[in-house]
Design a protein around this ligand. Structure first.
Ligand SMILES: [Zn+2]
Length: 358
């Protein structure tokens, strides 16, 4: 089967992944999601494992944390299973988590069934949620009640004025850093641990197996230059995982220290996985592949948020918004996939090599 492109739907991506996992001789476990997908298909997180649970190192690769970004992550996982399963170093178990947020993947959304951004949901829910006061001032502009051409034009102009006042970096942080007060808005973190969060908390120890060293690659799209793959660490530059990451991969950008294409944010899952597998040495990064420019991505997210807050997600016109979202996060140009696949190969093989050598 051709692994050189992105599948048209979640179901097609899942079928390709499961076929590749089967051909590679992996052990597959499927964890059913309670809701159905866009085409009424069942949804699940699928886990494909290769190696021995007694291996002292494990490499975990994850797709679809941000739903729609899973078209790319899934294609890379299927590619790895077909092209690289045989080069897995001895002593390194490899675990592919397919569609961490299967609902968003199927519905072509970055968020999950609760309009929650999974990477803003891993805050400590025993403490009050973080406050993003300035978001409140522009919430009605980001996701207006109407989404006709005039409203889009008027709200976009006002958002640009706001960006002009506070600067683009501050604007990115206000919009995308995470907010917990506007459930219909963008980059919403929720009010408690969502389904995928609870799933990870229950299953993280099983995913890590007996490993004392765990590498994690979380596959993302939508930030940075076209075809470029930036490694992003949730740690500061003095963090041990960040330092190991730079030894493995060279250039790793620290989100917290403002080096990254991503704004500093609250509640990303890579920042919490250590709590679920205490005592395991973790070297984790998000691998973020650039697609289109930030404004085009934001317009797609605003349209999607409007559709689910005020529109009709199953009506005919909704398909155009889904196509807009898909285009912002997944590029069907074979040259794009070729570029990011080469980068993925380099990063994943370096991780496996360093985990084996340690
Ligand atoms: Zn993402």
């Amino acid at each position: 089967m051709d692994d050189n492109g992105l599948a048209p739907t979640y179901q097609a991506a899942r079928d390709r992944f499961l076929a590749a996992a089967d051909d590679a001789g992996t052990t597959v476990s499927s964890f059913d999601h309670p809701l159905a997908g866009l085409d009424a298909e069942p949804l699940a997180v699928d886990v494909a494992e290769l190696g021995d649970t007694t291996d002292s190192a494990a490499l975990m690769m994850v797709s679809g944390t941000h739903g729609v970004e899973g078209f790319t992550g899934s294609a890379l996982q299927s590619h790895w299973l077909r092209a690289h399963a045989a080069d897995r170093p001895d002593g390194v178990r490899v675990v592919h988590v397919h569609a961490f947020n299967p609902y968003g993947f199927s519905w072509v959304r970055r968020v999950n069934e609760d309009n929650v951004d999974l990477n803003r949901n891993f805050v400590d829910w025993n403490a009050p949620a973080p406050v993003n006061e300035r978001y409140g001032g522009i919430a009605h502009l980001l996701v207006p009640e109407e989404w006709d051409a005039d409203t889009q034009q008027a709200t976009t102009v006002r958002l640009m004025e706001f960006a002009g006042e506070i600067g683009l970096d501050a604007m990115q942080e206000v919009v995308s850093g995470g907010q917990y007060a506007h459930p219909a808005g963008v980059f919403y973190g929720g009010t408690g641990a969502v389904w995928s969060h609870r799933w990870l908390e229950r299953n993280a120890a099983g995913l890590a197996g007996g490993a004392s060293r765990l590498g994690v690659l979380d596959l993302h799209t939508g930030l940075g230059p076209w075809g470029h793959g930036e490694l992003i660490s949730h740690e500061g530059r003095d963090g041990p995982g960040y330092r190991r990451g730079t030894e493995w991969w060279g250039d790793v950008r620290s989100m917290g220290d403002g080096e990254s294409v991503s704004a500093p944010l609250s509640g990303d899952w890579l920042g919490r996985i250590g709590d679920f597998v205490p005592g395991v040495e973790i070297t984790a990064a998000a691998l973020e592949f650039g697609t289109v420019d930030t404004i085009t991505v934001l317009q797609a997210l605003r349209a999607d948020a409007w559709l689910h807050a005020h529109g009709a997600p199953t009506a005919t016109g909704a398909a155009a918004i889904r196509a807009q979202v898909r285009a912002a996060f997944a590029d069907d140009d074979p040259a794009w996939f070729e570029a990011i696949r080469a980068r993925f190969d380099e990063v994943s093989s370096a991780a496996a090599r360093h985990l084996a050598a340690a």
